[in-house]
Design a protein around this ligand. Sequence first.
Ligand SMILES: Nc1ncnc2c1ncn2[C@@H]1O[C@H](COP(=O)(O)OP(=O)(O)OP(=O)(O)O)[C@@H](O)[C@H]1O
Length: 215
Amino acid sequence: MNAALALHGLSFNYGDRTVLRLDALTLQPAETCAVIGPSGCGKTTLLHLVAGLLRPTLGTVSVCGQRLDELSVSACDRFRGRNMGIVFQRLHLLPALSVLENLLLAQHLARVSRDGAAANALLDALGIGELARARPAQLSQGQSQRVAIARALVHRPSLLLADEPTSSLDDGNAVRAIELLRTQAQSIGAALLVVTHDRRIRGQLDREVVLGGAA
Ligand SMILES: Nc1ncnc2c1ncn2[C@@H]1O[C@H](COP(=O)(O)OP(=O)(O)OP(=O)(O)O)[C@@H](O)[C@H]1O
């Protein structure tokens, strides 16, 4: 079986400044990994490289055996939509849509069939089933985080990516958010990559990579 994620000889420059170097990282299906490092060390850059939103200056990124640099920009967008789920630092829930409609839109964008029962079941599993008809503005920060996690999972991706998923949560909610990401990713066999400066995450996932900054 292909690795869910394989990085080789990765580096990324803004102009002539190298902001990220990572020699190698491989995640098997259902494996979970935290990339930890201080502000500015290149964590978001790494996540954007893995998602194919940026192209590496050097090195390769493969997801489920597909090298992203071999895809056109539009093919990469489709590939990401189908195979990856992303919990961004800013959650980007669509305010005009209900929680359930946010999930159904994610299914539509991933070109999987619209499945309200599966979306509701996922909300139930995340403990927010009663919020299906609520609008994002009516949710607490922790509830919004769970909706963003549900939206990233609802099309059953092979690779789940999360950028600082605990930064605005208190200790209890931070631990619960990571536990939900871990258990939900594993329940669909997805690999999970979390990038964070939050040391409360330490010891919660299978592996940890410390990013020290390349400058
Ligand atoms: N568009 C850009 N142009 C030039 N430099 C940039 C750009 N975006 C980010 N950088 C620089 O690249 C480096 C890595 O940024 P990145 O956002 O990946 O760090 P980070 O580890 O995610 O930080 P944080 O934890 O604060 O979000 C930083 O030094 C940043 O200043």
